[in-house]
Design a binder for this molecule. Structure first.
Ligand code: TUI
Length: 314
């Protein structure tokens, strides 16, 4: 069975994290992943502290395994969520879309394992110096807010820059991706899009259907002009946004145009106006299945591949 440093550090069975997808990764999904032996992560997204607290408490009723909370640092509620994770003593905090330096001391003092998402070597070095427990190196194949580098390029460079355990994210959907990530030096993987098809993932049926019928070139990145590039399915809204972005629309108008569009996708399944965040691997997501089965399948596949890997060496 595949075991790695991250399993020991966090007390989890398999080195698989479920990505903290805003408005999607709630207490129920996180608990299902944790019960399956991975690390389930509740996404704070742009929600207030009270929502995050409620989701943590829901997860606690469903699992006794460790859980994580992902804090989206651009959220206006980031400070209040930073306090909630301490009050609720979650085992792991992951952060995204920014620099979590100002929170690290408080979280570490509370015994929380802090695992920032990094999209560059500089951020990996800074987080290592400030006492993070591990790092998530996320390439731009991922859904949602994306960095510049691909997973293939980012992961080995982050591994070279830190002595901490590194979790690879972005573009990983199955055991082949996981095995490749281990070969790049990672000791775990994080998947978001693959978990969109979990039975326990409570998104609108239109969202799931869009993912299940996606093809290889189905995603696009918008938002570069405002400095917040976001990957989503190529549906009417991001197409319209891209036109506005490269047309004459002002920054303020662009911000307003994007407001609430992810929620519209998740909760209403609004094909015309919603923004369906998705990684490039959407086409590799083929069926609905329990979250625990996803965790186990990916690890079993990776194990088989790694067992056969010495066939390459003659
Ligand atoms: O955060 C994510 N993915 C997200 S956040 C999100 S909500 C959102 N909605 C609209 C616009 C923007 C965000 C949806 N998906 N992934 C983790 C991630 N973090 N990817 C890249 C980064 C990152 C980027 C820059 C981490 C650190 C960083 O540092 C910049 C700095 O401050 O120097």
């Amino acid at each position: 069975m595949i075991k790695s440093a991250i399993c020991e550090l966090l007390g989890i069975q398999y080195p698989v994290f479920q990505g903290g997808m805003a408005w999607i990764a709630d207490g129920k999904l996180a608990a299902a992943v944790s019960n399956g032996g991975g690390l389930g992560i509740i996404a704070a997204g742009n929600a207030p502290g009270s929502y995050v607290q409620e989701q943590i408490r829901i997860a606690r009723t469903l699992t006794s395994k460790p859980i994580g909370v992902n804090i989206m640092l651009m959220s206006p509620f980031a400070d209040e969520v930073a306090d909630v994770v301490v009050e609720e003593t979650v085992e792991v905090v992951t952060t995204g879309a920014g620099n979590p330096s100002k929170y690290l001391k408080e979280w570490s003092a509370a015994g929380i394992k802090v695992i920032p998402v990094v999209a560059s070597v500089a951020m990996a070095k800074l987080m290592t110096r400030l006492g993070a427990s591990a790092l998530i190196a996320e390439g731009g194949e991922s859904g949602g807010h994306v960095g510049e580098l691909t997973t293939m390029v980012l992961v080995p460079q982050v591994c070279d820059a830190t002595s901490l355990p590194v979790i690879a994210a972005g573009g990983i959907a199955d055991g082949r991706g996981a095995a490749a990530a281990f070969m790049l030096g990672a000791c775990g993987v994080q998947m978001g899009t693959r978990f969109l098809s979990a039975y326990e993932c409570n998104i609108h049926p239109n969202y799931k259907e869009n993912i299940l019928k996606a093809t290889d070139l189905c995603t696009m990145v918008t938002g570069k002009r405002l400095g917040h590039p976001v990957r989503s399915l190529r549906t009417p809204f991001p197409r319209k946004y891209a036109k506005a972005e490269y047309g004459g629309m002002s920054d303020d108008e662009l911000e307003t145009l994007a407001e609430g569009k992810l929620r519209m996708a998740v909760q209403q399944g609004d094909i015309q106006n919603g923004c369906f965040l998705s990684g490039q691997i959407a086409a590799m997501v083929k069926q609905e299945q329990p979250a625990a089965e996803i965790v186990q399948q990916v690890i079993e596949e990776a194990e088989q591949i790694l067992r056969r890997a010495n066939a390459w060496v003659k």
